[in-house]
Design a protein around this ligand. Structure first.
Ligand SMILES: Cc1cc2nc3c(=O)[nH]c(=O)nc-3n(C[C@H](O)[C@H](O)[C@H](O)COP(=O)(O)OP(=O)(O)OC[C@H]3O[C@@H](n4cnc5c(N)ncnc54)[C@H](O)[C@@H]3O)c2cc1C
Length: 273
């Protein structure tokens, strides 16, 4: 049954600092971005938080800017913002490719990059991109700011190092050299959550990240090392299939995911050669 809206409280900060003070002084208070994930819980009656901090009007969190030769993407940037940004399309085309395949247009217009990261689903489509690009998660509280390497942000299934008084304010992406590649495999192209999703960068140090094949998004260092040291794609594929830990769930089976991940690795290697 749908959660009752009457008992919920919505706080409307006018600045990021005010939002952070609300989270500190009036907690527990859950940050709200596009609400595309939170509404699912509201609709199914599984929404636990009662007080929300609505940051949708805080445009300062929506900026996409050049940072040296890399990028800084505000946490409130939507998938549509990412798709339309010439900077993203030029410097991080694999993020534009991922944004194009998230949900339908309505979800792309409301769903944010920060929400995708904070929601911590192993199937989040932007997560392999950020993992392969070796992004930094910029977290801010009233006490200050810290930058967490993407590889250290997730601690397990749907858990992160983020504290209850912290907000993700931006994702910082260092310059990415080499060819970028993204592919999502789902039941159909639109409105389907990934069965397997991969983002990869090909240069002297290949970087490969996959979603939906473990409790969190994963990098595959043994596969990366094999490719960097000249192993054949068949050898690398066998290493990858042993390295990932997919499970059977409502969307797919472990065996299918393992096979598809291997196929995707081979496609990446062929199409970027
Ligand atoms: C029909 C449908 C289709 C979808 N398809 C896809 C898909 O194809 N691929 C995909 O990856 N996802 C998909 N999603 C999931 C969802 O749209 C994305 O995860 C989206 O990026 C969530 O962003 P949001 O701004 O709506 O987050 P919200 O729903 O506002 O928040 C999600 C969670 O993150 C927290 N949060 C949000 N922003 C911050 C922040 N800046 N700092 C700290 N915590 C924060 C919230 O408190 C909440 O716990 C789909 C959802 C729906 C309903």
């Amino acid at each position: 049954m749908r959660s009752a809206v009457a008992g919920l409280e919505l706080l409307e900060p006018r600045s990021v600092n005010e939002a952070l003070r609300m989270m500190r002084d009036r907690g527990p208070a859950t940050p709200l971005a596009g609400a595309t994930d939170l509404y699912v819980h509201l609709n199914s009656g599984t929404l636990k938080p009662r007080r929300f901090v609505n940051r949708w009007a805080l445009d300062e969190l929506r900026r996409i800017a050049s940072k040296r030769d890399g990028l800084s993407i505000g946490a409130l940037a939507t998938f549509t913002d990412c798709l339309r940004s010439p900077l993203v399309r030029r410097r991080l085309p694999m993020l534009a490719a991922a944004a194009r395949e998230v949900g339908g247009v309505q979800i792309q217009n409301r769903g944010t990059l920060g929400g995708n990261v904070a929601n911590a689903s192993p199937a989040g489509d932007a997560l392999p991109v950020l993992a392969a690009a070796e992004a930094l998660v910029v977290l801010r509280s009233t006490e200050g700011e810290r930058r967490v390497p993407f590889s250290a942000f997730y601690t397990g299934y749907r858990s992160t190092v983020m504290r209850a008084d912290e907000l993700i304010v931006a994702l910082e992406i260092p310059p990415v050299a080499g060819k970028q590649w993204f592919r999502k495999v789902g039941t159909r192209l639109a409105q389907a959550i990934s069965k397997v999703v991969i983002a990869a960068v090909r240069d002297a140090r290949p970087r490969i990240a996959l979603g939906s094949v473990g409790p969190t998004v994963v990098r595959v260092p043994r596969t990366e090392e094999a490719l960097a040291s000249g192993a054949s794609i068949e050898q690398a594929r066998r290493i990858l299939e042993a390295e990932i830990k997919p499970i059977d769930d409502i969307r797919s089976t472990a065996a299918y995911r393992r096979r598809v991940a291997g196929n995707l690795l081979a496609c990446f290697w062929k199409e970027t050669s």
